[in-house]
Design a protein around this ligand. Structure first.
Ligand code: AMP
Ligand code: ZN
Length: 119
């Protein structure tokens, strides 16, 4: 377990987990939540997040390997369920130089026919 187990009251994705901000959910269980990105770069663009507040990949350790494994495999499953057949991208931005804007760990999974807006 990471030390970042509690919700951060200022975190937009913690607010989505708590239902205080609406989202277009595609999957939810005890540990993970997946929803459509509000500003999609591709025809299908979802975000997969752990429900607990982990700020970024910079805080990840070996103990989080099962969580990260579940997140990546869920991305593949959801692309199939959302009808993406031509391939997709898994992306995680970390820190300032990594282009991270929201400091609650999230996996972008993007697919659908090109051209895309970005990436
Ligand atoms: P990153 O630059 O990797 O931190 O990406 C943050 C992503 O979160 C961007 O693609 C935003 O469009 C997305 N985003 C921000 N706020 C929301 C929201 N309320 N619902 C869904 N996606 C959001
Ligand atoms: Zn959070």
């Amino acid at each position: 377990m990471s030390t970042h187990d509690h919700a951060d009251p200022n975190c937009i994705f913690c607010k989505i987990v708590a239902g205080q901000i609406p989202s277009k959910k595609v999957f939810e269980d005890e540990e993970l939540l997946a929803f459509h990105d509000i500003n999609p770069w591709a025809p299908v663009h979802i975000l997969i997040i752990p429900k607990r507040h982990i700020p970024s990949m910079a805080e990840i350790s070996d103990a989080d390997a099962p969580l990260l494994g579940r997140m990546t495999a869920l991305g593949t499953r959801l692309m199939k369920e959302l009808g993406v057949t031509g391939g997709f991208r898994h992306v995680i931005n970390t820190g300032r130089d990594g282009g991270q804007e929201v400091y609650h760990l999230h996996l972008h999974v993007m697919g659908g026919p090109r051209p895309w807006l970005k990436g």
